[in-house]
Design a protein around this ligand. Structure first.
Ligand code: MLT
Length: 408
């Protein structure tokens, strides 16, 4: 009989969001008349901007004609998109990235989950706690951890607690680690890393020859010009960091799927006998072996996000969700809650009253208000005592959810 990868059995049975969906479906069946408001998974609700849709439609039409038909896309993505990314996301911030260092993909979730494949199984991995579960679970699946303890933490991982006392900024590890996952603006806490904090991480990575896996999927939500959008805005980052980007939360591509990963040429890892190998070479090999590219219409749509009209429409979308976040934040604070995040991110991180479990609060909110959030404990042990609300919904739904929460 085929042997399974037993590391999978170390994981909780279900991934966080399907587990939430399961509870919500049970609730919906029991209360068919309830109007459930979803502020759980960070899924966008507004339509994709017209210039992007038009670009996708035109590209789809091209596929209907022999003269303009396209088959397999280039491994790393079409030049037109990688050039647009360099010109739109990096050049205006004074960052030099070569289009050849960009790998277009089907999203930051897939890339941040798959990237660990190019690293050896013996690496020590550091994660923030709470954390986007993909970083943790993908390392458990790969056998880089022991079993989970009663608090859900896995042996062998280094957890960096992010709580109110440290302003949700991860402390540097006490000792050596090889790989560090950072996410800013942060999912789930909605907080950001400052230039000074990121410099500290780069210095740590340089000292320890560690690699930073920097998830910038929410960079479009940064409202303070002092906060870096890319880790490469900081001196030395090219030697120590890989960056993930997404079109999901800005251009509305959660269903369409497109993102990209930057692997600078200078970034190296080493073999067991100390030989240095560029990580670019390994990720290129992985990408071309296991991935067959993002479809042409989707890449044309992504490129249109950088056109003047596309970029303006995206700014309008982001402003809409940020305004939701502001309304939520101000109202919840008025109602007496302690609220973090929601200024540079579409997520609010609420502190629960002492002794309230976040899953109990999840169930209570669902039962009493028919409002769905995400329990902090679902993101890690240090998330217990907190609750995440997403600002991704229509304005009237946000207002109504707030009224229902207030009435509780
Ligand atoms: C979330 O709710 O944390 C996000 O939607 C997850 C994701 O982007 O995969």
């Amino acid at each position: 009989m085929a042997q399974i990868n037993a590391h999978y059995l170390k994981l909780k049975a279900g991934y966080l969001f399907p587990e939430i969906a399961r509870r919500v479906n049970t609730h919906a069946q029991a209360h068919p008349q309830a109007r459930i408001i979803r502020l759980g998974i960070g899924d966008v609700v507004r339509g994709i901007p017209r210039p992007i849709i038009d670009a996708m439609k035109d590209a789809t039409e091209e596929l209907a004609h022999d003269a303009t038909f396209r088959g397999y896309p280039p491994d790393q993505g079409y030049d037109f998109l990688r050039q647009a990314i360099v010109a739109g996301d990096f050049a205006p911030r004074g960052v030099t990235i070569d289009p050849d260092e960009i790998f277009v993909s089907d999203g930051a979730k897939c890339d941040s989950g798959n990237i660990q494949e190019i690293f050896g199984s013996g690496n020590v991995v550091a994660l923030t706690d709470p954390v986007y579960p993909v970083y943790c679970d993908s390392n458990v699946m790969a056998g880089r951890t022991g079993s989970a303890g009663s608090d859900g933490r896995f042996d062998g991982l280094v957890y960096l607690p992010c709580v109110a006392d440290n302003h949700f900024s991860p402390p540097l590890p006490q000792g050596h680690v090889d790989i560090i996952y950072l996410c800013s603006p942060n999912n789930p806490t909605g907080t950001v890393l400052t230039r000074g904090e990121l410099s500290g991480w780069i210095a740590y990575a340089q000292r320890e020859h560690a690699v930073i896996l920097f998830d910038a999927a929410y960079e479009g939500y940064i409202t303070d010009p002092e906060i870096p959008h890319s880790i490469y805005e900081l001196e030395g980052a090219r030697q120590v960091a890989i960056e993930f980007r997404s079109f999901s939360k800005n251009a509305g591509f959660t269903g369409v799927r497109c993102g990209y990963t930057v692997v600078p040429r200078e970034l190296v890892g080493q073999t067991g006998d100390g030989q240095e190998v560029p990580l670019h070479q390994l990720w290129a090999r992985r990408h071309s072996t296991k991935f067959n590219g993002v479809s042409y219409p989707v890449q044309r749509g992504a490129a249109a996000a950088y056109s003047p009209d596309g970029a303006a429409a995206i700014q309008e979308l982001i402003a809409f969700y940020l305004e939701n976040a502001r309304i939520m934040r101000e109202r919840l604070i008025r109602e007496g809650m302690t609220v973090y995040g929601g200024v540079h991110a579409p997520y609010l991180w609420l502190q629960m009253p002492t002794g309230t479990s976040s899953w109990d609060f999840f169930d209570h909110l669902l039962q009493e208000a028919h409002v769905v959030g995400t329990p902090g404990a679902g993101f890690g042990a240090a998330g217990e005592g907190y609750f995440r609300l997403s600002a991704f919904n229509q304005r009237d739904m946000i207002q109504e959810a707030l009224d229902r929460i207030a009435a509780m």
